[in-house]
Design a protein around this ligand. Structure first.
Ligand code: CA
Length: 231
């Protein structure tokens, strides 16, 4: 189990230390953070197989950390909630947590739930590993809704993501603003028609501008397209 990496985000230092020792004893690799924001940054900069996430945390609470992790990753999350935070279990699961444990808990139960969560996610990864779209150094895992550029996870909003997926699925084909509008915003969309241009701009600011690469090409008066190779 030495390769299973667990991130513990828990501000009760004694509890965090206890969990760290128990998990290490079980053979897990363990990283500990005592702060919501720092924990989230650690998650985003390294690779983990499971997160143990306390609810009440300094700087960024567990619900918010969970939401932000879910924007970019399907890594299993087990929330740790105090006894008097029962109401928050619901919002914990709503925010995308896989499971929760109420403190105080028996370490054996936590270990059992961790095994279930990890097994579940490994199975999902194997089943879903085929749904990957690529464009140059961009990969989109459409099951996990995970976008990476050269391995960096890119945070996109729902519409930015849908627009990128639509463009990549239609790689090498020029698509009109109307086609994009219908596919991404739907026929019933009643807002501004320049929304496509606005979102292309958002995507470029997160991709083209950051990676100094031309991913999205404009065909003046027609629309947009993406392609793998420069001509
Ligand atoms: Ca706490």
């Amino acid at each position: 189990m030495g390769n299973i990496r667990v991130l513990i985000i828990e501000d009760e230092v004694k509890l965090a230390r206890f969990l760290e020792l128990e998990l290490k004893y079980e053979g897990y690799s363990v990283t500990v953070s005592h702060n919501g924001r720092e924990g989230l940054n650690t998650f985003l900069s390294e690779k983990f197989d499971l997160v143990l996430l306390d609810l009440m945390l300094p700087e960024l609470n567990g619900i918010e950390v969970c939401r932000r992790i879910r924007k970019v990753s399907d890594t299993p999350i087990i929330m740790l909630t105090a006894k008097d935070e029962v109401m928050d279990k619901v919002s914990g699961l709503d925010s995308g947590a896989d499971d929760y444990m109420t403190k105080p808990f028996a370490i054996e139960e936590l270990l059992a739930r961790m095994r279930v969560a990890i097994k579940h996610s490994t199975k999902k990864t194997v089943e879903q590993s085929k749904n990957i779209l690529t464009l140059k150094n961009i990969t989109v895992d459409t099951d996990k809704r995970l976008v990476k550029v050269s391995g960096d996870v890119i945070e996109l909003t729902k519409k930015e993501y849908e627009l990128l997926v639509y463009l990549i699925k239609n790689k090498n084909i020029v698509i009109s603003r109307e086609q994009i509008l219908n596919a991404v915003w739907g026929y019933s969309y009643m807002g501004e028609t320049n929304v496509v241009d606005v979102y292309v701009r958002y995507l470029r600011s997160k991709l083209d501008d950051v990676y100094n690469e031309k991913y999205i090409h404009t065909i003046r008066g027609v629309g947009y397209f993406v392609k793998d190779e420069e001509e």
